[in-house]
Design a protein around this ligand. Structure first.
Ligand code: BEZ
Length: 221
């Protein structure tokens, strides 16, 4: 089973293209994303890791560390990274995040990252495309699970990080398709009597046929 929301990501030691890491030590008290991939030198993975590398400044701006995982060894990762650097144009030697070498699938199995419908040439399940957004408390804040066949949307990963970081600081929630800067929603648990005190930028109630005043917008704090 994949790790669940609210679970602490277990600590582990692993080889990466940049050398060995102890995961919790590497995390420190930072936000992070851990994203897994089926294999080195495969096309969809190349587009995903390349896009993530291009977006590295956006993750850095949000204080989010990045680490990928792929089921090949560190030597293979180092060779593939040359392709990734050329593909996304970050420049030789400038690849911005480490890739965990999970060549024996220890972590993919431990963290429930396998895709049972996609097998390699030896009949082994491939690693699925999982993203764990991890909070400063080392807990899973968001889990995205895609099959090996379909690439993810890294704009959505940045969008959910914006939402997670906002709601970690303020007592608001974010609506469908919300983007940073859009108005947000007052949680249903906040009594009407507290609105003026807690939301000084104002609260707008959307009228609904039920007459119940539960859809309450406020500008992003
Ligand atoms: C890919 O990255 O292109 C890929 C990897 C495994 C299965 C299907 C596609």
């Amino acid at each position: 089973m994949p790790l669940n929301l609210g679970e602490v990501v277990p600590d582990f030691e692993s080889e990466t293209n940049e050398g060995p890491i102890k995961f919790h030590e590497w995390l420190g008290n930072s936000w992070a994303i851990l994203f897994s991939h089926p294999r080195d030198y495969t096309p969809v993975c190349t587009t995903e890791l390349g896009r993530a590398a291009k977006l590295a400044p956006e993750f850095q701006r949000r204080g989010v560390k990045m680490i990928a995982l792929s089921c090949d060894d560190a030597e293979s990762h180092r060779g593939w990274i040359k392709d990734l650097e050329a593909y996304c144009g970050v420049g030789s030697g400038k690849f911005p995040y480490p890739i965990i070498a999970d060549h024996d699938r220890t972590l993919a199995v431990k963290f429930g990252m396998l895709d049972p419908d996609e097998l390699n040439n030896e009949g082994m399940p491939l690693t699925a495309r999982v993203v764990y957004v991890i909070g400063p408390d080392h807990k899973v804040k968001t889990l995205i699970l895609y099959p090996a066949t379909s690439g993810r949307n890294f704009d959505e990963i940045l969008r959910i990080i914006d939402s997670l970081q906002l709601v970690a600081k303020h007592n608001v929630v974010t609506p469908v398709d919300w983007k940073s800067g859009d108005k947000v929603i007052v949680p249903p648990t906040v009594p009407a009597a507290d609105l003026a005190k807690n939301y000084p930028k104002g609260v707008e109630v959307q009228p609904l046929p039920s007459g119940k005043e539960y859809l309450r917008y406020t500008p992003q704090p």
